[in-house]
Design a protein. Structure first.
Ligand code: ARG
Length: 273
């Protein structure tokens, strides 16, 4: 007898992606980035195309924003904004190298007819740190986004905000340390959080999957769930097995070149809710 839950994808998703045409690692703003280590840009583009194909094969829609020269990290669309109920909160990047991306993403949303757009006064790196969890918004801080973005989030989206301090520099964005799998379930790397954060997560989620060091260290948690299918880095073998035994359907991708910038599949993806 097994009591594995039936996991369902409730609706087709729309994801925004940005082709890594101008991708490089030419500065280092997180511990993964080493400008001295070569990046295969053609392979990065192939891997990125593969991710888009995976989303389409699962029945989701993919939209794209044109990449801009001189913005090598613009491929990480998750950082471009926060989008809930067609409301868009603009990003404000911590590092000068990425700051122009905020306007590029805002321009895209304006042109696409999104009318409820708010520019943020507070440093926040979009859905890299701001994670929608249905009944609440989780907001990571400590390395990039400011904790004080919570007030803007509560006011603009009208949802309670759970602030989570990140404590390990390798997991500098919340989406490198946690993935929301469905309304009641998340997987996370406990060592990336402080005690208050771990307690808050245990209170919010009925089911919490704890991920091992070796899976976190390949950014295995930088995954995207539609409630059933979980697009996950193929290097995270342990997590893949955990997802399967929890009743999810892991769908693996390899974004090895983007990992050299500290990014994975979730970083390349902004869900347009
Ligand atoms: N090189 C980028 C940075 O350090 C990677 C961003 C990854 N994005 C994410 N959502 N975790 O800002």
């Amino acid at each position: 007898m097994t009591d594995t839950k039936l996991r369902v994808c409730t609706h087709a998703r729309t994801y925004l992606m940005c082709q890594p045409e101008y991708f490089t690692v030419e500065y280092a703003i997180n511990p993964w980035m080493d400008p001295g280590r070569p990046v295969d840009v053609a392979l990065a583009n192939q891997q990125w195309q593969g991710l888009g194909e995976v989303f389409r094969s699962l029945g989701h829609r993919v939209e794209t924003i044109p990449p801009e020269p001189g913005l090598p990290d613009m491929v990480f669309a998750a950082n471009g904004a926060t989008v809930i109920d067609r409301k868009v909160l603009g990003a404000k990047f911590r590092h000068q190298e990425r700051q122009p991306e905020a306007e590029a993403y805002l321009t895209w949303f304006r042109r696409r007819g999104y009318s409820e757009i708010r520019e943020s006064a507070v440093v926040n790196e979009g859905e890299g740190d701001i994670v929608y969890a249905r009944r609440a918004i989780l907001a990571g801080y400590g390395f990039r986004s400011e904790q004080s973005v919570r007030d803007e989030l509560t006011e603009f989206f009208g949802l309670p905000v759970i602030s989570l301090r990140l404590v390990d520099p390798r997991f500098y964005h919340l989406d490198t340390a946690l993935v929301v799998l469905d309304a009641d379930t998340a997987a996370y790397y406990p060592a990336a959080f402080d005690d208050a954060g771990k307690a808050a997560l245990a209170t919010h989620f009925a089911e919490l999957i704890e991920v091992k060091d070796e899976d976190a260290e390949v950014l295995g948690l930088n995954a995207i769930s539609d409630g059933r299918n979980v697009v996950v880095p193929e290097q995270a073998a342990g997590l893949i097995a955990q997802l399967r035994s929890a009743g999810f359907e892991p769908v693996t991708v390899n974004l090895s070149e983007l990992l050299k910038a500290g990014g994975g599949p979730k970083c390349c993806t902004l869900e347009l809710r």
